[in-house]
Design a protein around this ligand. Structure first.
Ligand code: RIB
Length: 298
């Protein structure tokens, strides 16, 4: 049976400023360029999954405001083949926005959730009932914490696997960590989530905890050893959204029944393309591109 991928998460308009100078407190500097393009961790993951998936559908459960950004965000998802039936439009609310400073190829982001705060359990749970056992849910943390918690619990009853990308960091109850199928923090989120060091945390959660290490790739533990899945070297233009592409790609590979090791290679390859273009979604590759690049490396 073909598995659906259900992204429950944030969407936004990303306002990205490239600058050669970071202002001090109280200082004004001139930026170089402004890029205005759809983003949000959830929407980026949905676009990545839709571009990479061969069969089955990618659904996005989310919310935008009734402002000009809202229509743009939804149209963009549709253009990439994401099913937007469950995107709500919230009256009198702004769409999410991300205020991004791109400096020396790395980013600093302030995310304003706005409409994303309306992605509440009472909206999401009835929608989830319409999906099938075996479908894969992907979440991040730019939506209310109560929704993330309730969905993780409900997914177990519904026979669905959850991939939780705990970004941005906020505290996560131990029982939720136990219940998710995969947890995918970056190094700094991993440090904040666990009292122990990364090695020990990985050993505590074999085949569940996957730590992304930027240019180095990703690491996880299975029965008896820690494994590194190296990334693929490339010329970096903008790292924004690389982690989201990784998570969307991971969901696709797992939905196809790939082993974790092979799914992580696929996700690393997809995110190595994501960093080569400006904007969170600008570099998300098509399936053929990733397959061809992996074949060349084999
Ligand atoms: O992960 C990148 C995303 O984080 C950006 O698209 C921005 O919207 C923020 O949510």
């Amino acid at each position: 049976m073909t598995q659906n991928i259900i992204i429950i998460g944030s969407s936004s308009m990303d306002l990205t400023v490239q600058t050669d100078v970071i202002p001090e407190q109280g200082e004004t500097v001139l930026g170089e360029t402004l890029l205005m393009a759809p983003g949000g961790k959830g929407a980026n993951q949905a676009v990545a999954a839709a571009r990479l998936k061969r069969d089955g559908d990618v659904y996005m459960i989310g919310a935008v405001g009734d402002d000009a950004f809202g229509n743009k965000i939804i149209n963009n998802l549709r253009q990439f083949g994401v099913n937007t039936t469950y995107m709500q439009k919230i009256e009198g609310e702004h769409s999410g926005t991300a205020h991004i400073t791109l400096y020396e190829q790395d980013n600093r982001i302030i995310f304003v959730p706005a409409a994303n705060n309306h992605i509440l359990p009472e909206v999401v749970l009835p929608i989830l009932e319409r999906f099938e056992r075996g479908d894969i849910i992907v979440m991040q943390q730019e939506i209310p914490a109560e929704t993330v918690a309730v969905v993780i619990e409900k997914a177990a009853d519904l026979g669905m696997q959850v991939i939780l990308n705990p970004a941005p960091y906020r505290p996560l109850e131990q029982k939720l960590i136990e219940q998710v199928a995969y947890l995918t923090p970056n190094e700094s989120e991993c440090r904040q989530l666990f009292d122990v060091g990364m090695d020990e945390a990985l050993a505590q959660y074999p085949q569940k905890l996957i730590v992304t290490l930027g240019a180095e790739g990703a690491t996880y533990y299975d029965d008896d050893a820690r494994h590194m899945v190296p990334s693929y070297p490339c010329e970096v233009v903008d790292t924004t959204g690389a982690g989201d592409t990784f998570n969307g790609a991971l969901a696709v590979a797992l939905s196809e029944g790939q082993s974790l090791a092979s799914a992580l290679q696929f996700a690393n390859m997809a995110s190595s393309f994501a960093v080569r273009a400006l904007g969170a979604q600008g570099g998300i590759p098509a399936r053929e591109t990733v397959d061809a690049a992996l074949e060349k490396k084999a």
